[in-house]
Design a protein around this ligand. Structure first.
Ligand code: SF4
Length: 504
């Protein structure tokens, strides 16, 4: 130890470390002082952490219900560092990014709007999804509370809706403050579904834009059109038609053999658009690929599928709380089916109006059938069997030239379970081009280099596939219209388009 280092002493204890473990350090999940919270009309709800389009639409949708709601900015590297500074060690990085993002936002409110920490705690409430795990997900709410307390916001309220209970919940949530009614959830789901549709179209079009940046401008306009429709209580279907006209103006050149890359994995890491996954989608696009994203509707359908399966498993068990004949099971079953139907109907209506024709909402029964030989369906947590199912689906139907499974460092369901099984899948199907990558919030250079190596093979595959199909002397105009979305056994967009007009 250098002389300089050895001269550094703990100021309070003069270098004596015997104080460690002499004080009670038991965590208590209650504020130290009683707090008089603001009334419902003065309470501001904050949330965020989805994609940029969805955060904005969620804000408009919830505000349209008369709630005061603010969507947090997209989490960045600074959010991650703030989360690390105030969070426990050993958490997964969605926690650090989202917890840090909330702390950073509240610190900005304090420093820029001149509110005291006490006033912020009284007026604000954070809305998030929760659950019992079985991975670290079960610890999220406690993590939020711990970090907020250490950042000076002791007693800040966090409320959650259980991610696997769908739109029919709310009994045990602070109904005095939040209206977690079916109407609230239906509106929320509409905003998420529309956001998914706009995002999917953005990913389909951006790699082929003739004028750089033109798709982003059009997508931004679509986001504003949909947002205004929520705020002004106008028809969302008409808004989607309006977006269709905006997108039709974008010039595309789709006859380019680009590698198609399915990005899946742990929900947050695969979905976020920023430092949380090193901007993976944008990186792939810059490297000449087209991404197949994982829309949030996939997670929604998995949650409903899991809830239904749980019900079926418990069907024969007696309900000791029931008085007389127990209809709880039948009622829940009907509600889940209604929920699924509502999500699908809204998705299909909006998708049709804006011109997304080739996206199919995943059939969860088919995906579970596909994966159950490899992954026990009883093993829940994270994406459960879905990652294995997506890889098998991609192999079976030739959906992509490369499948990337992205997950936070040490993610229990994704790294520890799914990836173990994926090695069995890739040994049975050696033609699969599969890459599993972890994010830790740091170490982007290593991450990009691994993606580039897998992408090299994917590009070769896309090129070979393209060259197998004769290119016509003149390219029909419809091939460069985003509304033309043929489906066939080819994976790459250019190959699919040429195949669709090929004379056999
Ligand atoms: S799924 Fe993975 S990243 Fe998400 S909470 Fe669980 S362990 Fe963390």
């Amino acid at each position: 130890m250098s002389a300089q280092c050895s001269s550094i002493k703990q100021q309070d204890h003069d270098g004596n470390l015997n104080f460690i473990n002499t004080q009670e350090t038991q965590w208590r999940d209650v504020p130290k002082e009683p707090i008089k919270y603001a009334s419902k009309k003065d309470t501001i709800m904050v949330s965020g952490g989805l994609t940029i389009v969805q955060d904005k639409l969620m804000e408009s949708a919830i505000c349209s219900l008369g709630e005061k709601f603010v969507a947090l900015p997209n989490p960045d590297f600074e959010s991650f560092q703030t989360g690390k500074a105030y969070g426990n060690r050993g958490q997964c990085n969605p926690t650090y990014f989202t917890v840090g993002n909330l702390v950073k936002y509240l610190q900005n409110v304090r420093d820029e709007q001149g509110l005291t920490s006490k006033e912020i705690v009284e007026r604000y409430i954070y809305l998030t999804a929760g659950g019992c795990g079985p991975c670290r997900f079960g610890m999220y709410i406690t993590e939020y509370k711990k970090a907020l307390r250490d950042a000076g916001f002791d007693g800040f309220r966090i409320t959650s809706f259980e991610h696997d209970k769908g739109i029919f919940q709310g009994d045990d949530i602070e109904e005095q403050i939040l209206n977690f009614t079916p109407r609230f959830f239906v509106t929320l789901v509409k905003s998420v579904v529309i956001g998914d549709i706009i995002n999917i179209l953005g990913y389909k079009m951006r790699p082929y834009e003739v004028v750089s940046g033109s798709v982003d401008i059009a997508i931004d306009e679509c986001k504003n059109i949909a947002s205004d429709a929520f705020i002004e209580h106008k028809s969302l279907i008409k808004a989607m038609w309006k977006c269709r006209r905006v997108l039709e103006e974008v010039k595309l050149n789709r006859i380019q053999p680009k590698a198609k890359v399915m990005v899946m994995g742990e929900f947050w890491a695969a979905m976020t658009q920023g430092d949380g996954n090193y901007n993976l989608h944008r990186f792939l696009e810059a490297e000449g690929a087209e991404c197949i994203p994982q829309p949030i509707i996939n997670r929604l359908m998995l949650s409903l599928w899991e809830a239904e399966r749980e019900l079926d498993r418990n069907a024969g068990l007696p309900n000791e709380d029931a008085k007389g004949v127990d209809f709880t099971h039948a009622k829940s079953k009907v509600l889940i089916k209604a929920g699924k139907m509502a999500v699908k109907t809204h998705f299909n209506l909006y998708a049709k109006a804006i011109g997304l024709h080739d996206f199919e909402i995943p059939n969860m029964d088919e995906l579970s059938d596909l994966s159950k030989e490899f992954y026990t369906l009883d093993c829940e947590g994270g994406e459960g069997h879905l990652e294995v199912a997506h890889l098998l689906e991609s192999i079976k139907h030739n959906i992509a030239h490369l499948v990337i499974s992205i997950k936070p460092f040490g993610c229990m369901p994704s790294s520890a379970v799914s990836d173990g099984i994926q090695s069995l899948v890739t040994s049975r199907f050696p033609q699969a081009n599969f890459l599993s990558v972890e994010t830790s919030g740091e170490g982007a250079a290593n991450f990009y280099s691994r993606v580039q190596m897998a992408l090299f093979k994917a590009k070769q595959l896309a090129k070979e596939e393209f060259e197998e199909i004769p290119t016509p002397l003149s390219i029909p105009e419809k091939l460069n219209n985003y509304l033309y979305q043929p489906k066939n056994e080819r994976a790459g967009t250019a190959s699919q388009l040429l195949e669709s007009i090929r004379e056999h």
